[in-house]
Write a protein that binds this ligand. Structure first.
Ligand code: ADP
Length: 471
């Protein structure tokens, strides 16, 4: 089958968070199943790996003609189309610009336009999050009657319900969408234009990135005001767990870490721990439990309970190493705590290489998320034999199981209540388990044995494409 995979991020060309990881690895896994998968990305200023120039590429939107070029790149054998429109995309960041509505509205408008230019007519266009979610609205309106477009099916994967792409009414006109779409059944959402809602309403199929999150987003607590619409679409809403890229995340071959190790040589992991302690300026002591965390520093990731729980966790004699960047309101108290508490080191930045060293060198990985659509951190850490201490929500509920409740099957420590006390209690149990040493290595090996690759999930996506296109 022919698939066009649209995403605002794709590692290594552009990555802000987990969406980049998924888009950097799922297309590759689908290609190895024999599908002709290609990707489309805006050409951001930071993308240097540009290969071919397919020529001028003009898109009409916002009452004018935008002259750009269509270029190509590639990710591990997956062809990538780059929409090169410097006015909108030749900037240092992926998101967080005043004109993101125009930028990604343009991207959505350009996607159907590139098909004749690239002479690629997919069976399915796979959209990811709000940035590409307006494509089905365009397919329904601008191309009515054109059979080449009429047979294309669309699927929207929701990676995070919290970011929906909300803009003013004027963007509807700027995008050239018909006023009749401004309705409760269409793109209107409490007086604003909502990209994600447009995708949920008009895509042929909608899914999200874990079975538990697929259920959660149909509730008021997690649905971010789209729960009613999602309940009404429940029949076409599924949850497919993400995988991780085994080429990137493999402790046996990872060139970035101090000492490679596998399940059978898991004792070597200790070399990485000591190297990490040294790098962080912490006492080099194998008997001290090291708790790592690699995360965006936002409300979603649980910093409202992490910050108050930290002194208690440190008082248990643990070392805590955090790598993350994000909101000032959390970064400031974290910086203060790391100055005041000798056992806590906070790297407030984005650093791929250090992330590898933390996954490899920690004994436990912290994920106290308020909500978590899928979560990759806990999967990467399991692969590195680093046991997650995680809250039972979304994809964490589908991948981490508690060792106290199931000593024979557990692979981490979990808690349910979103409170510092519940988090601290899970950390206390984890540290006690570490200190007892009984079964420690066996559990590390169990964690490393779970299949977290894209293998199974890519097959589920392929089945979904087949169902949709009737082939
Ligand atoms: P989300 O997509 O919500 O940010 P995920 O757990 O799905 O969360 O994915 C986060 C990804 O981003 C992981 O690969 C994680 O290692 C990486 N990451 C997050 N913050 C940083 C950082 N500061 N430095 C390096 N990698 C990071």
């Amino acid at each position: 089958m022919k698939i066009l995979f649209a995403s605002a991020e794709a590692y290594p060309l552009a990555k802000v968070g987990g969406l980049g990881d998924v888009a950097g690895s799922l297309p590759k896994a689908l290609r190895s199943l024999g599908h002709d998968v290609r990707m489309v990305l805006p050409r951001y200023g930071t993308i240097r790996d540009v290969r071919e120039d397919l020529g001028p590429f003009t898109v009409q939107v916002g009452g004018r003609s935008w002259e750009g070029r269509l270029k190509t790149s590639g990710i591990d054998g997956v062809p990538v189309y780059l929409i090169d429109q410097p006015e909108l995309f030749d900037r240092p960041k992926v998101y967080e610009y005043e004109d993101d509505g125009q930028r990604f509205g343009f991207y959505c408008r350009a996607i159907p336009e590139l098909l004749p230019k690239a002479d690629f007519w997919p069976d399915v266009i796979h959209l990811n999050d709000w940035h590409s979610a307006m494509v089905p609205a365009f397919l329904r309106t601008a191309y009515g009657g054109d059979e080449r477009y009429g047979r294309i099916k669309t699927i929207l994967t929701i990676h995070n319900m919290q970011h929906q792409g909300l803009f003013g009414r004027d963007l509807l006109d700027w995008l050239g969408l018909p006023p009749k779409m401004w309705s409760v059944e269409g793109v209107e959402f409490y007086g604003q234009l909502n990209f994600m809602k447009a995708g949920i309403s008009y895509a042929d199929s909608v899914n999200t990135v874990s079975p538990t999150y697929a259920k959660e987003i149909q509730t008021e607590e997690y649905g971010c005001r789209l729960d009613g619409l999602l309940r009404s679409r429940a029949a076409k809403l599924s949850g497919i767990l993400n995988g991780i890229d085994y080429d990137v995340w493999n402790p046996a071959k990872d060139p970035i870490i101090a000492k490679q190790y596998s399940k059978s040589t898991v004792d070597e992991k200790a070399t990485n721990k000591v190297a990490l302690q040294r790098e962080a300026g912490l006492p080099e002591d194998r008997s001290v439990p090291v708790l790592g965390m690699v995360s965006r520093v936002t409300e979603q990731k649980g910093f409202d309970i992490l910050i108050p729980a930290l002194p208690g966790i440190l008082a248990l004699g643990a070392q805590v190493i955090l790598l993350g960047a994000g909101e000032k309101k959390y970064e400031e108290p974290l910086a203060d705590l790391s100055k005041a508490r000798p056992g806590f080191v906070a790297y407030l930045k984005y650093d791929e290489a250090l992330a590898h060293r933390i996954y490899a060198g920690s004994d436990f990985f912290l994920m106290p998320s308020k909500f978590e659509p899928c979560g990759l951190g806990q999967m990467i850490s399991l692969r590195y034999g680093t046991l997650p201490i995680a809250r039972v929500t979304g994809g964490l509920a589908d991948t981490v199981s508690d060792l106290t409740a199931g000593p024979k099957s557990g692979n981490g420590f979990t808690f349910t209540d979103y409170t510092p006390g519940a988090f601290l209690d899970a950390a206390r149990r984890a540290i006690a388990f570490y200190r007892a040493r009984r079964g420690w290595k066996a559990v590390q090996q169990r964690a490393m044995s779970s299949d977290l690759s894209w293998n199974a999930s890519a097959k589920k996506y392929a089945a979904l494409y087949r169902r949709l296109s009737g082939s």
